[in-house]
Design a protein. Structure first.
Length: 257
């Protein structure tokens, strides 16, 4: 417990005194916890985890290390108790059509997607579309979306940076293996070129992707759940792709049934 707490405090660059003040404790008590001279209460473990902004999965690990049972369950998304959550996400994705939107878990496996995403996946190798679909593989694989992304070099750097930030928070061997895999994919033909944005100056990095000869431009946004009480829910992310140009919006609306 003490070693884990010190690691998280170092990651957050917070001193023992600062953490003690935030958690209504003393620097001496924090020091005793980190050296193993004092065993914190379950309430104190959770309080420290809250003030260090430790991910829910890792809070369970901290509790176990301190000798307590995990507080946060990890419920499969297909469990009946998740019916309301799944229905809400499906309504959100459907309501966002014709623009693309999807839900991914902590390993970037696609848990739900709308018809806008299905449209973008046209031409992707069937092997990449076998469950579980992985958003990072589909995007960066040479037989996935990569050959059609006009600013692939920039978009790839954005995705890898996103994964690196996540790895800095989680000690996840599967996520590290996924990162090593996708970062090792060869660039598609033209993938080392820097795309010109044309007359539309981007207000955020867009994903510029070709669809049947037309270049579409999207800005990506990611939303997560506030104050999750379940490990599964804490790792879900809803990603929506906003049209970055009027032409993209018009093109998608014209495609809609």
């Amino acid at each position: 417990m003490g070693t884990l707490l010190r690691e998280w405090r170092d990651r957050r660059r917070i001193s023992q005194l600062e953490l003690a003040l935030r958690a209504d404790s003393s620097a001496r008590h924090i020091s005793f916890i980190e050296t193993g001279r004092s065993r914190p209460s379950q309430e104190m473990v959770l309080r420290l985890a809250e003030h260090l902004d430790i991910p829910v999965r890792e809070r369970n690990a901290l509790l176990i290390a301190a000798g307590y049972a995990p507080t946060f369950p990890e419920t499969p998304l297909d469990d009946p108790s998740m019916d309301a959550l799944r229905s809400a996400m499906e309504r959100l994705l459907t309501g966002y059509e014709p623009f693309p939107a999807l839900v991914v878990d902590g390993m970037y496996n696609v848990q739900a997607a709308n018809r806008g995403i299905t449209m973008l996946l046209e031409g992707v190798a069937p092997s990449l579309l076998q469950p579980p679909l992985n958003a990072m593989r589909i995007t960066m694989h040479p037989e996935g979306l990569a050959p059609r992304i006009r600013n692939y070099l920039e978009w790839r750097a954005h995705l890898l940076s996103q994964m690196e930030r996540q790895l800095a928070l989680l000690r996840s061997s599967p996520l590290r293996a996924l990162y090593d895999e996708v970062s090792g994919y060869p660039l598609p033909p033209g993938g080392d070129e820097v795309a010109a944005f044309g007359e539309h100056a981007p207000f955020a990095l867009p994903m510029m992707i070709e669809h049947h000869g037309t270049v579409l431009s999207f800005i990506s946004t990611i939303a997560t759940f506030n104050t999750p009480m379940d490990v599964t829910v804490s790792e879900l992310a809803v990603e929506t792709f906003l049209p970055a140009t009027p032409e993209t919006a018009t093109y998608l609306r014209n495609l809609a049934p």
